[in-house]
Design a protein around this ligand. Structure first.
Ligand code: MRU
Length: 344
């Protein structure tokens, strides 16, 4: 995503890999729509886009009265916050933006507008740096020649840049390790086939695409050394919400004695929720299951379930790779420690 001439440019992820095109958002409502329709997706990218969305809401405000201006920003935050419920980064970013006017003293409307835009810029830039730090920590867990399974897209596309799970993979590749990636296609919306495969191919990182139901076969054949995925929300006990199918990968890893790693920045950790069962799981349109690229593939009128995420219980997670270091179980303690250490 890029800020250009007072607009937010977003690479339209629904069109990849067939078309590389951008949409231009000039209002908070347009950004909210782009998040809802997954033109921009992936937990940290949703957070950064929402921050810019709020900045757009501020910049477009005609109000010179501080109180009216703030109530307009609150309204824009509500619209952006109602887009997707599972990724905590969305709410984290909106809270951080609201912190700007809580800390702004008597600043007037023009200054507040600039401060909000600056905060959105910082959120985006800091996310890239966090991913690079995570990459350095995580790459130490990747052995030379590793064959790595990943699910969904936790790459540059899903973040400000570099990626979380794909950041770990990128860093291992950049350090000269001869790694290979297996990408689950990730039905229903095919983030693995469309986005992860595209992203890794662009960077010349060896990648092989498989359908989701092939992962167990590959593990049984001894073809996978580790799995690494991203996260949409990690609760205080280390339970992990991520793209539907992640739990299946974790269970398969446990059965085959394969390490299962989760890579996520600080902004994905939700210390306000005790456990995974407390996370709201987004349910999306059934048409995402019954169609592929607009083509009907199931009988008309069939009953469908479409939960977009699942929760992997902490006991299946070998380690959580964060920008503050690699956390090991018990996560209740290791997660709390990084929050205490950072003074949050
Ligand atoms: O529905 P999506 O495509 O937004 O889901 C994305 C994922 O589940 C990613 O794995 C997660 O957001 C981590 S991205 C660094």
């Amino acid at each position: 995503m890029e800020w250009c001439d007072d607009r937010l440019l977003l690479l339209d992820q629904t069109r990849l890999p067939l078309e590389v095109s951008y949409i231009s958002c000039s209002t908070a409502e347009e950004v909210a729509e782009a998040i809802k329709t997954m033109k921009v997706r992936g937990a940290p990218a949703i957070g950064a886009a929402a921050a810019y969305g709020l900045a757009l809401g501020a910049l477009r405000s005609q109000s010179s009265d501080r109180k009216t201006f703030l109530s307009e920003i609150e309204a824009a935050a509500r619209i952006l916050g109602a887009t997707r419920p599972t990724a905590v980064n969305l709410f984290w970013a909106l809270e951080r933006m609201k912190g700007v006017f809580r800390d702004a003293g008597e600043a007037g409307v023009p200054e507040l507008k600039q401060q909000l835009l600056e905060e959105a810029r910082l959120i985006l830039q800091e996310d890239i740096k966090m991913n690079q730090r995570m990459g350095k920590f995580g790459s130490q867990l990747v052995p030379e020649g590793a064959r790595i399974l990943t699910h969904c897209n936790a790459g540059a596309l899903a973040t400000g840049g570099y990626g979380t799970a794909l950041g770990v993979i990128r860093a291992a590749h950049e350090s000269g390790k001869e790694i290979q990636v297996f990408a689950d296609e990730t039905r229903p919306l095919l983030q693995g086939a469309r986005l992860t495969a595209w992203e890794l191919q662009q960077d010349n990182i060896p990648v092989t695409l498989i359908t989701d139901n092939m992962a167990g076969y590959l593990m049984k054949k001894g073809m996978i050394d580790l799995a690494v995925v991203g996260a949409d929300r990690i609760t205080a006990n280390g339970d992990v919400a991520n793209k539907i199918g992640t739990y299946t990968v974790a269970v398969l890893c446990r059965e085959h004695g394969i390490p299962f790693y989760v890579a996520a920045p600080f902004s994905t950790i939700d210390m306000n929720l005790e456990k995974g069962d407390d996370i709201t799981i987004e349910e999306r349109e059934g048409s995402e299951v019954t169609t592929v690229f607009g083509q009907q593939i199931a009988p008309q009128g069939i009953r469908v379930l479409n939960p977009a995420f699942d929760v992997t219980p902490n006991h299946l997670v070998t380690a959580i790779i964060t920008d503050r270091g690699v956390l090991r179980p018990p996560y209740k303690d290791s997660l709390q420690k990084i929050f205490i250490d950072s003074g949050k």
